[in-house]
Design a protein around this ligand. Sequence first.
Ligand code: NAD
Ligand code: UFG
Length: 335
Amino acid sequence: MKILVTGGSGYIGSHTCIELIKAGYQVVVVDNLCNSSIESLKRIENLYSCKIPFHKQDVRNQEAMRSIFDQYNFDGVIHFAGLKAVGDSVSMPIEYYSSNVGGAIALMEVMKEQNCRALVFSSSATVYGDPHKVPIKEDFPLSVANPYGRSKLVIEDFLRDVFISENSWSIGLLRYFNPVGAHNSGIIGEDPRNTPNNLMPYISQVAIGNLEKLRVFGGDYNTPDGTGVRDYIHVVDLAKGHVKALQVLKNKSQLMTVNLGSGQGYSVLDVIKAFEEASGIKIPYEVVSRRAGDVSTCYADPSYALEILGWSAEYKLNQMCEDSWRWQSMNPNGY
Ligand code: NAD
Ligand code: UFG
């Protein structure tokens, strides 16, 4: 089975390529490299003695995408390509809508022409906004507070409409919680271009000495220790969820919406402590005011993922921290 992985040289995409290859799929990557390096794929090729055909291309370039589809005759697509920084999305909404929404529409048009009807889409727990309760189930109300989140919700709505119009499509909307960690080889991981926005890469860069200290955004949330609570999920678990989703989608035409989270909530201070234990390094931090747009508590009810995909997260927080640290310490400057 041949799978097109858009955004496949990025963080989640590269880990998913590995799990696809391990499961026997042939993988082709399209990525415009706006937020990643081809080095991730080269390292996978070396590690697994395989070839990953790569096309440096923007998914919005339909002419190029058509010729790539003609060349490979894909059985399905996993669509990771897109922009993901919440803050940037506020200052660059045109770029975010264009790449995310425009990219998804352009891709679906080509898939329809080419009669390739299986799609797995990277959605996000951000579509739940500030949830009225936790754990979050897939049928909770949706609300978004920034252009990034809105672009994900628009794409979800678009894909729901496509499925309603023609139910020969097979579409998986996977809502990720907070992906962290890295491949346990230590040679493939998350490589933010600038100062990281997210907690785990920020802590890792404090530990390696690239950044002075962590700012903990808010110590006055209604949580056990006052800091924000999230559902951290190991990127390898997340990657395995995509393989399961493809298998289920190939068996039956459907549109499924699935939370990919661990079901466990951890506070910022929990993560700092786990990281210190995993790395043996003290993480200096100060508690500052809340970050605009952050919610207090967000974690998944992952029971539907178990039911429909036969998938559940296996890695615990200590393993996530160990693997993040191994990647960071072996690659102090990323790829
Ligand atoms: P990433 O930036 O590492 O990967 C995205 C990849 O897409 C990059 O390699 C980038 O170069 C490529 N890309 C961007 N726009 C493109 C375009 N128009 N054409 C071709 N390639 C393009 O991000 P990631 O963390 O691996 O995220 C993958 C997907 O998962 C994204 O859609 C993101 O919104 C979604 N997601 C991520 C998180 C997270 O916390 N990492 C959480 C929820 C959802
Ligand atoms: N945090 C800090 N200091 C930092 C960075 C983060 O205290 O320097 C805190 C945040 O306030 C939050 C927690 O750490 O309480 C996690 O923050 P992240 O930025 O790592 O993740 P978010 O939950 O804010 O958002 C992430 C992705 C979004 C995605 C969302 C849900 O960045 O794209 O998970 O999937 F939408």
